[in-house]
Design a protein around this ligand. Structure first.
Ligand code: 3HC
Length: 694
């Protein structure tokens, strides 16, 4: 049973016991109603305490039940809350740790609430693309007032319980033992005659509710363009404010049922579970003992190394930062300080905290200083010979059991591991630039990487607040291997008839943060050029449009050289279409004998996104990624794929793999079609009517 029922000297205690977060799944809901009924029938019981075991009061509705019949099976959460609110004996919710979503709605249905400090109080449904569906949009404004409640509902942001002390939300804050104090409180109210207060009976009382709601609508319109949920939250709140509680609940219900079916909500729920699933490695049990990581070493104080070091000091871990030359070391430290100063200027860090973080960095010019580090990450020049020197030295100085990590984005981790006599301790930690900002961390698993090393790195990633995704060894790992096919298609489309601005606009309209050409100008076109030069040697069969080489031969490396696919003006980061480059592209088509044609925006989007999907499917087939949601997490957190579409693999599922296959076969029959080798995983799944995530 997911609920425990006990009695304590005249008080019934109903304890939600559904780990990990007391989600309100069917059996928990049934248990609560049973407990409430049992307490009604026991004459010895004078009042009821409702609380949660373990690490939460309740994290809300069980999201895994959404889109299953269980979600709507009675008792629904609305029925449960009705039972609680309708109890003849007073119900006291004893809140600690987490009261979110349906969990908070349940507590708001109780007659009284006592809370421990430090509990996260939230209606975060909007982050899952839905709205509070069990009266939250009606009761929270009656507990906290319209403005505070609307802000909480529309943002989904948690508020600490102590901040809400003194509001009708909490009748008492508890510093000591929550259960004991809740029992004492229940005894007191149990001795009083009813009726006991119900939040639904309170007035919202706002001097200009209609005006505030209009203001909120305007604010939301600006920030939530792609998301219907925040707008619906306001609709439901407004309904209750203008026409009363019951009408508000009715509108809330209708909105909930509509939102739960939207692609945006499916995408957000996919990302929620995808993030948690990414931290689980199929053959590495969750109880694998992790190594202690108390001290970190970083080799290279350039942009990457400095950013990596910042992650660790931000999490309170001391870092020894190694450079080869004093001036490079000083430059690196100065850049780190400058980054922190910018955060201080924004008011997000105090000067004191800045100094404290800087004091956690020990600069050094000698490898020996890394001897006591538990984890050492190299961020040196991307060349195998350089990596060989670094790892040979590390093998000499690192203590036994230290984890040796490479930040390589392209090189063969197995070769790097072989430079040491301890390949089991070597792993890839591929950070994305700027490393102190970007959420994504690709954890590269070599053929010998030990399981406890992987378990440790996943734990460390959580500590430094990264979304870690495990990738097997291949060229480019998950993210860059896929993006290479995306860029190839973008370049072929230039030859066939498109111009950079059209390609970028089409994919940005689809929702990407930045199109391939603006992105390449920002990162530096020379990076792709270096990769292509290597490809021409290693994989001569892989055909590339030569147009990007022409651009680089002209010295147009992007923003840093004042021009790339676009023109740039000093002090202005806007990209201006470049007449000479557009002419160069048209001339290039002519040289190739290609008659340029109008390429539709739909074709641009399909070719770019399906190129990602096709390569993603191959990555799955080869076991480089262990699940489709891992690929989606890479693209959502590292490559600017629109969150509301859930990542390339979920997007492909929503289009239907049958349709994806047809489109790819169509493009494969066009000029440049040899770039499309359809993945068996698409064909097989399409034939079986399955998707990547089903
Ligand atoms: N339903 C089902 N599972 C849930 C869940 C929920 N509401 N909330 C968390 N979980 C699961 C996670 O998937 C994870 O499972 P795993 O161990 O198998 O991966 C486990 O609980 C622990 O979650 P976290 O790793 O996130 O643990 P933390 O301690 O870091 O955070 C938390 C706990 C703050 C509760 C966080 O999990 C969270 O924000 N959860 C979502 C809360 C939420 O959105 N609630 C609203 C649900 S919708 C709703 O209530 C509708 C209603 O209005 C009708």
């Amino acid at each position: 049973m997911a609920v425990d029922y006990t009695t304590h000297d005249g008080i019934a205690v109903i304890t939600l016991n559904n780990p990990p977060v007391n989600g309100l799944g069917l059996s928990t809901r049934m248990g609560i109603v049973e407990g409430i009924d049992r307490a009604q029938h026991d004459p010895a019981v004078k009042a009821i305490v409702l609380t949660g075991a373990g690490k939460a009061f309740s994290g809300g509705a069980d999201i895994t039940e959404f889109n299953t019949p269980k979600a709507f099976q009675e008792p629904t959460l609305a029925t449960v809350i009705k039972a609680v609110e309708g109890s003849a004996k007073p119900v006291v919710a004893a809140i600690h740790s987490v009261a979110m979503g349906g969990g908070l709605e349940l507590a708001l249905g109780a007659h009284y609430r006592v809370a421990a400090p430090g509990a996260q109080i939230a209606l975060p449904e909007v982050k899952l693309g839905i709205l509070p569906g069990a009266g939250g949009t009606q009761r929270l404004p009656r507990a906290l007032g319209l403005e505070a409640a609307l802000n909480m509902i529309v943002s989904g942001t948690p508020v600490m319980s102590e901040k809400l002390a003194g509001t009708p939300m909490f009748d008492q804050m508890v510093e000591g033992n929550l259960l004991e104090d809740a029992l004492a409180f229940a005894r007191k109210v149990g001795a009083q005659s009813g009726p006991h207060p119900k939040i639904r009976d309170r007035n919202i009382g706002h001097p200009n509710a209609a005006g505030f709601i209009q203001f909120a609508r305007n604010s939301v319109a600006g920030v939530a363009k792609q998301y219907p949920a925040p707008h619906k939250c306001i609709d439901a709140i407004e309904a209750g404010v203008l026409k009363g509680f019951d009408h508000g609940v009715k509108v809330e219900r209708e909105c909930f049922l509509a939102l739960v079916q939207t692609p945006e909500s499916k995408a957000l729920r996919h990302a929620f579970f995808g993030e948690r699933a990414a931290s689980k490695i199929p053959d590495v049990p969750s109880d694998t003992p992790a190594r202690n990581i108390d001290k970190v070493g970083v080799i290279g104080a350039g942009t990457m190394g400095g950013g990596i070091a910042m992650n660790f000091v931000n999490a309170g871990l001391p870092v020894t930062l190694l450079e080869m030359k004093q001036d490079a070391l000083e430059r690196g430290l100065a850049t780190i300080r400058k980054n922190y100063e910018a955060t201080v200027k924004k008011g997000k860090l105090t000067m004191e905290a800045l100094e404290q973080r800087m004091s956690l960095i020990t600069p050094t010019l000698t490898y020996e200083a890394l001897g006591d580090a538990d984890l050492i990450i190299e961020a040196v020049y991307e060349e195998l010979g350089v990596k060989e020197q670094v790892f040979t030295r590390l093998d000499e100085v690192a203590k036994p059991g230290a984890i040796l990590a490479s930040n390589t984005s392209t090189l063969d981790l197995n070769k790097i591991a072989a430079f040491t006599k301890r390949p089991q301790d070597v792993v890839g930690m591929h950070f994305f630039s700027p490393a102190n900002v970007m959420k994504l961390l690709e954890v590269v698993r070599g053929k010998d990487t030990a399981k406890d090393v992987l378990a440790t790195v996943m734990q460390v990633a959580k500590k430094i607040r990264k979304t870690a995704v495990v990738s097997g060894v291949c060229d480019g790992f998950i993210g860059n291997r896929m993006v290479e096919q995306y860029v190839r298609q973008a370049l072929f489309m230039l030859e066939e008839g498109a111009l950079p601005a059209q390609v970028d606009k089409a994919i940005e309209k689809f929702g990407f943060a930045m199109g391939p050409f603006r992105m390449s100008d920002l990162a530096g076109n020379d990076i792709g050029w270096a990769i292509r030069k290597r490809r021409y040697q290693e994989e001569p069969h892989m055909r590339y449009s030569k147009i990007a080489d022409r651009l680089c031969e002209a010295g147009r490396f992007g923003q840093k050289t004042g021009g790339g696919w676009y023109d740039y003006k000093a002090g202005d980061r806007n990209a201006y279409p470049s007449k000479p480059i557009d002419e160069m592209i048209v001339a290039h088509s002519k040289e190739l004998g290609i008659e340029r044609r109008k390429i539709s925006d739909d074709e641009i989007v399909e070719r770019l996104v399906f190129a990602l999907v096709n390569e993603g499917a191959k990555i799955l087939e080869e076991g480089i990624a262990s699940k489709a949601s891992d690929i989606d997490m890479v693209y959502l957190t590292g490559y600017g794929f629109p969150l509301w579409r859930g990542g390339p693999m979920l997007y492909a599922d929503s289009v239907g793999l049958y349709n994806v296959e047809r489109a790819i076969r169509r493009y494969a029959a066009q000029p440049n079609g040899d770039a499309w080798q359809i993945a068996a995983g698409i064909v097989e799944r399409a034939a079986q009517g399955r998707g990547f995530n089903s």
